[in-house]
Design a protein around this ligand. Structure first.
Ligand code: AMP
Length: 154
């Protein structure tokens, strides 16, 4: 048996996208793997998590608008990859935790995320890719999407 045949291929991939321009780059890698099922997840971080009780106003209208906009973007993005509605996951919460939760729910055997080439401070603070890697119950592919150099602020 060759190493290649013993490893097999991935059958269910969960592609995590932040719906920025870089998402296409990450998606193209996921598509190359030619899995039986490709699922896509986008996580909306609740404004209350970001601002806590600091802003004394009702953020629900803004939150609804963010949700509607994300839904449209996710649908368009998924359509371009031929991913049907039942494999599109739009959820609220912290990206790392929700990616893990949905990966378990659908029994994904690979999670694909983008990864910035971070240095310095942001390396210490961590990234979504790092967070997804730690605690994942399946393989994780981190696709390098750009380089941010904190020292030069580029
Ligand atoms: P970051 O390091 O936080 O800029 O994010 C890198 C990668 O994490 C992105 O390319 C996505 O794969 C994933 N990611 C970040 N934010 C989200 C989100 N809100 N929903 C789903 N995936 C995300």
């Amino acid at each position: 048996m060759t190493l290649e045949s013993s490893m097999g291929t991935y059958s269910k991939i969960l592609l995590a996208v932040d719906l920025t321009i870089e998402s296409s780059q990450v998606a193209s890698r996921a598509c190359l793997l030619d899995a039986d099922e490709l699922h896509i997840i986008h996580v909306i971080e609740p404004l209350s998590l970001a601002y806590g009780g600091d802003i004394p106003m009702d953020l629900s209208t803004v939150q609804d608008q963010i949700h509607d906009q994300a839904k449209t973007h996710l649908q368009e993005f998924s359509r371009s990859l031929d991913v049907p509605a039942e494999r599109q996951h739009l959820v609220f919460g912290r990206p790392e935790a929700e990616v893990h939760r949905i990966a378990e729910e659908i029994c994904a055997d690979l999670i694909v995320v983008g990864s910035h080439g971070r240095h310095g401070l942001s390396l210490l603070l961590g990234s979504t890719a790092n967070g997804v890697l730690h605690g994942a119950i399946c393989d994780v592919l981190a696709v390098r999407v750009g380089i941010i150099d904190d020292e030069n602020n580029t």
